[in-house]
Design a protein around this ligand. Sequence first.
Ligand code: PMV
Length: 346
Amino acid sequence: MADIYRASTTAPVNIAVVKYWGKRDAKLNLPTNSSLSVTLSQADLRTLTTATCSSSYTGEDSLTLNGAPSDISGARTQACLRELRALRVALEKKDSSLPKLSSMPLRIVSENNFPTAAGLASSAAGFAALVRAIADLYELPNSPTELSLIARQGSGSACRSLFGGYVAWQMGSQADGLDSKAVEVAPASHWPEMRALVLVASAAKKGVSSTSGMQQTVATSDLFKERIAHVVPKHMKLMEEAIAARDFAKFAEVTMKDSNSFHSTCADTYPPIYYMNDVSRAAVRAVEAINAAAGKTIAAYTFDAGPNCVVYYLEQDTAAVVGTFYSLLPSTEGWKDQAKSYASGA
Ligand code: PMV
């Protein structure tokens, strides 16, 4: 009987509170700024990936994503597979009794438990799960931070999904990218009351991909220069302080300001890019109304490269935030028809 080797893993979605936006090296996915995210609960939004290899397999490596064959010939996926194989080759060289998994074709099967088309950072969970599953299959001893260097090359934000809780992606300064990696700021257990509500304003595929949006921003926005020189370094410092002190009002203010800053740089590109739509803006107003009614900041909105809104809040404020969210929204057909929510423990 043929030998089959298998490993399965899950990786959760992460949503940045200080955004990655801009590449200084597009090939290696090296960012123009550091970023910080909160990893969402595995129960709600995650990718499940199984990697197998066998000496009986023939042909090329393959990936099946949500039941359909997926193209893995792109440079990013190939970079991940190449680096993981190289690490396995090194292990097999050190110990000749190990099976030669590195020379067998890989079959990867991946599934999201949330709508892939909804623009919910699926590539972050996807690449993190792919890297972790193959690293487990190859029995690599590398730490999550070391693996984050590989996941980063698949999709920048994926490097942060190798950790739970609060995660920083340190931009690094080296040209080879070896210091551009994810590190844990605090585990989820540090602030277990943190929750995230995901509001799907539109499930349509995003208009401008993050790669081309970043390229256009770096090339044409003057505001972007200010963002990477001053705004992000300030936000990173304040955010780390807010998390250390579990200061939600401070966490929320920086989260909202950083989202505003990121979307402003997009609007400052030439031609401008608008990821947020009328439903997104209604969600901003709803969060402002919730905070005004509470007399303090209990909810924070943030938007990635699309119109969907993620609202961070604390467990004790669930009724005030989730309970009143819908009633505060304008009763437009659009919102009622399109809005879906996923409450998730972050
Ligand atoms: O990892 P990418 O290339 O999909 O870029 C993600 C960019 C944002 O989601 C907008 C911000 C972030 O830090 O995740």
